[in-house]
Every structure is written in structure tokens, then in C-alpha cells.
Design a protein around this ligand. Structure first.
Ligand SMILES: [Mg+2]
Length: 247
């Protein structure tokens, strides 16, 4: 499962600016939110409007969509993204996108950048009940693959692996991805993540990637080869990273 922004693609999406616009709208209508040292995050403001100001929720989402649309128009592939997703597939994995972005802005960007054809499933915020770090997207993803155990790219072995959270991996750049993964017991591979942020939120990646293109190699080493080799074979075990060493 891949995060999108700053994992598979680079966008000028500024989540802090998006949150600031949302907060401005909410405070204009409802008065100041409680002051605190850390800025309010997008998902918190969305949750707040949902529970405290449902009549403003549409306007809050409109702010998100406008920021995303502008950013997505300028999106470029993260180096190694096509190798990572395509290579994961060739290694026998099925691939899913798990993004807090809206479907309407995500799908055109995936097509334009050549990612759409490499993804078996695209889960956007339109498909889930709550944004990451809430793990609801995993519910959608695991259900999808359980309903289609013989999916188009599934090898017999991967068909037997679905639904087992230990056989899935979340790849992302943010603590939000790591927390979502941890809540459902799925290992997290950090790419381009800020270590201090992960630590602060109690996220311990199973691996750090500095080069996305090396993901397939890491998957093969971590899970063992799919053909005729036991899962997590000791032969490949030395390539596993415990989160302390960066690849
Ligand atoms: Mg991201």
C-alpha cells in the first residue's frame, strides 16, 4: 500500500497552508479554536467540523479540494516510483494506493504519470470513513483483496497471503502513514520521512528507504522469494532491516 503525496509523487501541496485556510474559515464562523503549541492538522479540522460544525463541513472540504487540485496539476513522479510499484507487482504483490486525497484529483494524476496501470486498487478519501492516521482505508483494501483472491496479478502464493497483515506493507513518507499502519498491525516502510516526526508519534518503521526503486529488492528480502522459497527464509533474513539502519 502506497501513500501518494511525497511518496509516489512530488506535489507542491502545502498541508500547513491548507490547514491554515480551514482554521481561518472555522474561526471566522465559530470563533477561535483552543490555542496550542502545535498547529492543527487537516484531519483534526475535518473531524472538528464534522462533529462541531457540520454545516461547515462542505466548505472545509472545498478548501481541501482547491488546494489539491492546484497541487496535483503540478505533480511529478517521485524518482523510482514506477520501479517501486511495478517491481512490487512483479515480485507477486498486489498494489494499492491509500491516500487522503480526493478521487477526482487523484485519478487524473495517476493516469498522467503512468501509475494508474500499475495499481490494482486506488483508495481515496471518498472511499473511506476517516482519513489517515485513522486506519479505515485498510478495511477497504483488505476487503477488496479478500473478495478477489484470484485477482489479475495474483500468483497462487499471493492469493494465499491476502488478509494476513504481516504480508502487507505500507510505504509512506509521513507519521500519519506509520500510525495508520501500526493501528492495524501492518509493517511500515518509511521513505523520505523525518525521523523526529516518526519518533514523536511512536512510529517505528520496519525499514527506511532512501531510494524507492529498491523497494522490490527489500520486499523480496523481507518476505522471501515467492517461487519455491519459504516465507521469510533465513537465507534472505540478513537483508532485513530492523529500522535502525537505513538502506
Ligand atoms: Mg504523504
Amino acid at each position: 500500500m502506497f501513500d501518494l503525496d511525497h511518496t509516489l509523487i512530488r506535489t507542491p501541496l502545502d498541508l500547513a497552508a491548507m490547514a491554515a485556510d480551514m482554521q481561518r474559515l472555522l474561526e471566522r464562523e465559530r470563533g477561535p479554536l483552543p490555542a496550542r503549541p502545535e498547529r492543527y492538522r487537516v484531519f483534526e479540522l475535518v473531524l472538528w467540523s464534522k462533529s462541531q460544525a457540520p454545516e461547515l463541513e462542505r466548505a472545509v472540504w472545498a478548501i481541501a479540494l482547491e488546494h489539491e487540485r492546484r497541487a496535483m496539476d503540478a505533480a511529478a513522479l517521485e524518482p523510482g516510483a514506477l520501479d517501486a510499484v511495478g517491481g512490487a507487482r512483479r515480485a507477486g504483490f498486489r498494489t494499492a494506493l491509500w491516500t487522503n486525497n480526493a478521487r477526482a484529483v487523484t485519478l487524473p494524476a495517476l493516469e498522467r504519470l503512468g501509475l494508474a496501470a500499475l495499481l490494482d486498487l486506488v483508495v481515496t478519501r471518498d472511499d473511506m470513513k476517516a482519513l489517515k492516521p485513522d486506519p479505515d482505508g485498510w478495511r477497504v483494501i483488505s476487503q477488496h483483496f479478500e473478495e478477489r483472491p484470484g485477482g489479475q496479478t495474483a500468483s497462487p502464493r499471493s492469493a494465499a497471503r491476502h488478509g494476513d497483515t504481516r504480508d502487507a506493507v505500507v510505504v509512506g513518507d509521513s507519521w500519519v502513514d506509520g500510525v495508520a499502519a501500526a493501528q492495524v498491525g501492518v509493517p511500515f516502510v518509511a521513505y523520505g520521512a523525518r525521523e523526529a516526526d516518526l519518533t514523536r508519534h511512536g512510529v517505528t518503521p520496519v525499514a527506511w528507504l532512501s531510494d524507492l526503486a529498491r523497494l522490490p529488492e527489500w520486499l523480496a528480502a523481507h518476505f522471501g522469494a515467492f517461487q519455491g522459497s519459504p516465507r521469510r527464509s533465513n537465507r534472505l533474513g540478513s537483508h532485513c532491516h530492523d529500522g535502525h539502519g537505513r538502506t
